[in-house]
Design a binder for this molecule. Structure first.
Ligand code: EPU
Length: 302
């Protein structure tokens, strides 16, 4: 979708919003899949309500993009514009056991920055691609921890109220890869409270998690992490593997040979290929195990 309305185009500079026309989502997603649309890069949180009023007033549909690492975007010319936050500098500040982090900050860099300030707890998230905002929205977790455990305050744009609000940690529920945020809420910043730990000890934990991840996940390949959530008490990856589906392909969309719950873009996979592969695997798992797997990956298809 193109932002052509002169009223919108003229208002953007004052709002601190950069317009990147005709951006390919292949460049902005870890899967390297997705069509083309106009990208609006937001440099000032405070201008978000005015920007959204403007877009809604002119009937321009939009979606919020985080780091694009857990996302499957449709092909072709996309029917909405994409909004993305630009990270301010500095994007992380630490005071005592608290880290104040902008939603656009890189998750891995946040983990190591906090570690250097002797703040631990998030070792398991090392190697998880994406932004802190994305991790927060879906309560990213690994190796027995989840980011929600450390959240004390969240600044967000609440689409329903059309304003920026601050929520206390206990006003938000964090479950397995799920939070109580509304789908159109936009994460802006988070305050984390992290346990004190000496840097060398945190580094040890980080190295162990890195090793485990390298050994079991296809890190060098284009993927969106795990495609399906684990059903209670079971592993989606193991079930798919047990069915012998590693290497199953539709076009260049392929079930990873290393971890069966990672589907990789082995070349020029389209969204159509990936969606077909996901549907095929889901159906086979349901037939054999009687379990309908739930998507973990977020799908923006049309
Ligand atoms: N397994 C197989 N074959 C496979 C993959 C896994 O047999 O192809 C077996 C493993 O050997 C292991 C069990 O299944 O016994 C569980 O596998 P793993 O430890 O890799 O964990 P997972 O349940 O597949 C979850 C998260 C990952 C996270 C890891 C490590 C989900 C859907 N996945 O994977 O998160 O990194 O644990 O904590 O919750 C993600 O969220 O995108 C993600 C990758």
């Amino acid at each position: 979708m193109r932002v052509e309305n002169p009223k919108i185009v003229a208002a953007l500079p004052e709002l601190g919003v950069q317009l990147k026309p005709g951006t390919s989502l292949t460049e902005l997603t870890s899967l390297g899949i997705g069509g083309t649309t106009d990208l609006l890069r937001i440099t000032k949180h405070e201008s978000i309500p005015a920007l959204l009023n403007l877009l809604d007033g002119q009937s321009v549909p939009h979606k919020f993009l985080g780091g694009g690492s857990n996302l499957l975007v449709g092909d072709g010319e996309l029917p909405w514009v994409v909004l993305q936050l630009s990270s301010p500098q500095p994007d992380i500040t630490v005071e005592g056991n608290f880290a104040q982090v902008d939603a656009a900050a890189d998750l891995g860099r946040t983990v190591t920055y906090c570690a250097k300030h002797d703040l631990g707890g998030m070792e398991g998230l090392i190697g998880v691609p994406g932004t802190v905002g994305g991790a927060l929205r879906m309560n990213a977790g690994a190796y027995g921890m989840q980011i929600g455990s450390y959240v004390r305050q969240v600044k967000l744009y609440r689409a329903a109220a059309r304003k920026i609000e601050t929520l206390e940690g206990d006003q938000i529920s964090f479950e397995y890869r799920h939070t109580s945020f509304a789908p159109d809420d936009m994460m802006l910043a988070v305050k984390l409270e992290l346990p004190s730990k000496p840097y060398p000890e945190i580094l040890k934990g980080i190295r162990i998690c890195n090793e485990k991840r390298r050994a079991s996940q296809p890190l060098g390949q284009k993927s969106a992490g795990c495609i399906f959530k684990n059903p209670p008490g079971a592993s989606a990856g193991r079930m798919i593997d047990d069915l012998g589906l590693k290497g199953l392909s539709v076009g260049d969309a392929r079930v990873s040979d290393r971890h069966a719950n990672f589907f990789v873009n082995a070349g020029k996979a389209s969204a159509k290929d990936m969606v077909a592969l996901i549907a095929d695997v889901r159906e086979r798992v349901q037939k054999s195990f009687g379990i309908l797997l739930e998507h973990e990956v977020v799908v923006w298809n049309g």
